[in-house]
Design a binder for this molecule. Structure first.
Ligand SMILES: Cc1cc2nc3c(=O)[nH]c(=O)nc-3n(C[C@H](O)[C@H](O)[C@H](O)COP(=O)(O)OP(=O)(O)OC[C@H]3O[C@@H](n4cnc5c(N)ncnc54)[C@H](O)[C@@H]3O)c2cc1C
Length: 450
């Protein structure tokens, strides 16, 4: 006797007559929106949520420099999208968006190929009623010669993992080679003295100290690994208040990090970097963290308005200027900030607040109500200098604007990640994750040693 089979759900959501909300990009903003919205629309006959991402796992991006330095194991903090989708009740589809058809309300995903170039999944199209672009940003090479060929980038977890592997191989090589390291063999040049570059410099300093402490004792951290940090502006962290920049610079100089402000990199080569002031710095590894842009495919996306760094232009409801069915949030959106007469900065806290707004907006949209406007609340910025210090400025109605550093600053810095985990997993599981991290610290090495 043959049993009647339940038909498998269509991969593109076809045949599902519900209002299709498709979120492209499951990062700091998109993953939160998918989870929050699915909770609100659980078992809804009205609407369904689909999250699309080019990767199978989610890693909160502000952790990426710790993965690169090896002070955080990406496997511990990465979240499987398929598991999250099952827990929260949304659909997850793997694939990188490459095109948009606004007339037919469809997005197109690039084919997925294996390492040998064979097709695993063909090019696909998905229908949407409401589309959210939340694809984040990538590093901007600013057209400087040799950057793409010779620099590392920290846009995705894979890149951070590759950097960590290479760094660890260099540590092993120095430990086992005949004679002292050659000049520049372990040196690192970081281009860009914004938050990413500054935090990475401190994290790498900690990593090399740990490598020596964990038995790679032929490495002398102070002598064998010079870390250069180059910034075009005349001070570090130009987007943050002067005092935070100055305090950060002092901390990094005390660690022995060589800071070159007011200088521009003009060329990157296999051997190192050259600067406008005539410096030639030799380095085995170069990391480019100077500026961001939204992914290139957004630049020409079926006529949507974009700016010079490919960000999709949105209004205060986060709807794109030319299509009210399409929204954008986070780093890939240019969103007005009328109170400061500028645009919202590319920060995880902005993506988080925008995701919270869109959860409300979509419920209004389903009920035919008008949409709320986005009002950004700037809670300040904190810079984490690995285990050495955390400095920053907090802004609040009760506290006013205060500059803080040390333990309290570190607690505040970590709380942004805990808030993100809370949206994804709920309060209990976040508490358990915190406990797990704390227990892990007692028996795991402080550096990834493989
Ligand atoms: C080292 C570092 C430290 C930082 N520290 C802080 C901090 O302390 N505080 C703070 O507020 N901000 C910080 N930021 C900035 C913060 O990480 C970003 O502003 C934030 O992650 C932006 O969120 P998002 O959702 O827009 O994009 P992301 O979090 O970058 O997520 C984008 C997602 O889109 C997916 N994607 C990309 N292209 C496609 C495509 N074509 N199709 C499908 N999916 C796609 C990606 O796989 C990814 O999952 C830091 C950033 C870095 C790099």
């Amino acid at each position: 006797m043959t049993q009647a089979r339940t038909p498998a759900p269509s991969p593109s959501g076809e045949g599902d007559e519900r209002h299709q909300i498709v979120i492209v990009g499951g990062g700091a903003g998109g993953a939160e929106l998918a989870c929050q919205l699915s909770k609100r629309l659980k078992d809804s006959e009205e609407a369904a949520v689909t999250l699309v991402d080019g990767a199978l796992t989610h890693l909160w991006k502000p952790l990426i420099h710790e993965v690169a330095a090896g002070t955080l194991d990406s496997y511990g903090d990465a979240v499987d999208f398929l598991a999250l989708a099952r827990q929260k009740g949304f659909r997850f589809r793997l694939g990188a968006m490459e095109d948009l058809d606004r007339e037919n309300r469809e997005i197109q995903l690039a084919p997925i190929t294996n390492d040998e170039g064979g097709d695993v999944v063909p090019r696909r199209r998905f229908r949407y009623d409401t589309l959210v672009l939340a694809v984040g940003s990538t590093t901007n090479d600013l057209g400087v010669e040799g950057v793409l060929e010779h620099s590392h980038f920290l846009d995705h977890r894979d890149q951070a993992d590759r950097f960590q592997e290479k760094l660890f191989q260099k540590f092993l090589h120095v430990q086992t080679q005949q004679g002292d390291p050659e000049e520049g063999q372990l040196d690192v040049v970081i281009v860009g003295g914004g938050a990413t570059g500054v935090e990475l410099a401190a994290e790498l300093n900690f990593a090399v100290e740990q490598a020596a402490a964990y038995g790679l004792d032929r490495i002398n951290p102070k002598e064998h690994m010079r870390i250069h940090l180059i910034e075009a502006d005349d001070r570090l962290l130009p987007a943050l208040p002067d005092r935070v920049g100055a305090e950060t610079e002092k901390n990094l100089r005390d660690l022995g990090i060589e800071i070159h402000t007011g200088d521009l990199v003009t060329r990157v080569t296999e051997e190192g970097v050259e600067t406008r002031s005539g410096k030639s710095l030799r380095a085995g590894m170069k990391v480019w963290t100077a500026g961001i842009k939204a992914p290139d495919f957004l630049a020409d996306l079926d006529g949507l308005e974009t700016n010079r760094i490919n960000q999709v232009v949105v209004g205060q409801t986060l709807q794109t200027t030319l299509d009210s069915n399409i929204f954008a949030l986070g780093d890939c959106a240019e969103c007005p900030w009328p109170e400061r007469d500028t645009t919202i900065p590319p920060r995880a806290q902005a993506a988080h607040q925008q995701a919270t707004l869109l959860e409300k907006s979509f419920l209004c949209r389903l009920e035919g109500k008008s949409l709320p406007k986005f009002v950004y609340k700037d809670y300040g910025s904190l810079i984490n200098l690995s285990q050495y210090n955390t400095v920053g400025r907090l802004m609040g109605n009760l506290t006013g604007n205060i500059t803080i550093e040390g333990f309290m600053a570190r607690v505040a810095y970590r709380s942004l990640y805990r808030m993100h985990q809370r949206v994804l997993f709920g309060s209990w599981r976040t508490l358990l994750a915190m406990l797990g991290d704390w227990i892990g610290r007692t028996h795991h090495p402080r550096l990834k040693l493989h």
